[in-house]
Design a binder for this molecule. Structure first.
Ligand SMILES: [Zn+2]
Length: 327
């Protein structure tokens, strides 16, 4: 916990609770309008072992009650949830969630939490929530139109156009992980082939590396490696890791070039574990995108890391309370 980020509550202003709900952990925070954290709590999701909504309610209850005790009753304006799965945005219902969180599909997240806590609740996809963190605290301070990619276990995406998140017909626009970069490529869980997620997620980078080790007859001595180990080997000059990362970066570069052509953004922001490779990755990626994008459209586009931090999902989730307050 970053103690320097914790502020004392001001009774005259409003605060919001944000929750980032993933397959592994639930992160909750109370923040102010400026995105500063006043309370935070992280707990395991226990997906498949416990019902998810009581866990989410417990996370909200924990940060809210601590905040109430410390602030002398300062007001919580609402709750924002950034969640795994596809969210029917207006109703705050999970239209589809993978087996990462068994039984979650169909959950009425918004109405369940509004009944329980008696304040407005806003529910969106976790990467859309991250894009709000970028809007207020990161890339969005210099750009009204930008694209976010989160390269983690899978690949998530969000599109911000003219300062507003693009939700599509019911909330699932921006599934960039399932943008195909190869129509004859690797099969994907979604039914398509060649999806970006099959090359640029942490899981896929590890697969790309382990396949090469296998082909080189080295699997017995070195495999299976993680994405982090692959990236470390790449940075140390290992040729097989270099080859695996070249494939991941080519796929990512192809997707980013298409996103630039589609949305004419000012910035492309990339977060998640894979982005922790830092500048060597970004330098190679910019070069890859420059070769693939129309020069007129590539000119002036920044490709940069997300503003980051372990609580940025929860912060963005809470920022929904102000972003959508008048809708
Ligand atoms: Zn797919």
């Amino acid at each position: 916990m970053n103690k320097h980020a914790l502020r004392r509550a001001d009774e005259e202003t409003f605060y919001a609770v944000g929750v980032d709900l993933g397959g592994t952990k639930i992160s909750a925070a109370v923040i102010d309008r400026g995105g500063q954290i006043l309370q935070q709590h992280v707990m395991p999701t226990l997906a498949g072992q416990a019902d998810v909504m009581p866990r989410v309610a417990e996370a909200v209850e924990t940060v809210w009650s601590r905040f109430a005790a410390e602030s002398g009753g300062a007001r919580i304006r609402g709750i924002g949830i950034g969640t795994a799965g596809q969210v029917e945005w207006e109703t705050g219902t999970i239209r589809y969630a993978s087996d990462l969180i068994p039984g979650y599909t169909g959950t009425r997240v918004k109405s369940l939490l509004e009944e329980r806590f008696g304040v407005p609740v806003y529910v969106d996809n976790d990467v859309n929530a991250l894009a709000l963190t970028e809007k207020y605290l990161g890339a969005g301070r210099n750009a009204k139109t930008f694209v976010c990619l989160a390269l983690g276990t899978g690949v998530g995406g969000a599109v911000m156009t003219g300062g507003r998140i693009m939700h599509g017909a019911w909330g699932s626009a921006g599934e960039i992980g399932h943008l195909s970069v190869d129509y004859k490529g690797r099969p994907c869980i979604c039914g398509n082939v060649g999806c970006l997620e099959q090359y640029a997620s942490g899981t896929s980078i590890a697969n790309l590396m382990n396949e090469r080790l296998q082909a080189a007859g080295l699997a017995g001595t070195r495999a299976p490696l993680s994405a982090k180990e692959t990236a470390d080997l790449w940075l140390a000059g290992d040729p097989l890791a270099g080859d695996a990362m070249n494939e991941a970066i080519a796929a990512l570069g192809s997707a980013v070039a298409s996103l630039i052509h589609l949305f004419n953004p000012e910035a492309v922001v990339i977060g998640g574990g894979v982005a922790a490779c830092g500048e060597p990755l970004f330098r190679r990626l910019r070069e890859e995108v420059r070769r693939r994008a129309m020069p007129s459209m590539f000119a002036g586009v920044t490709i940069e890391p997300a503003c980051g931090g372990g609580m940025s999902g929860a912060i963005g989730a809470a920022l929904q309370v102000w972003e959508y307050a008048h809708e």
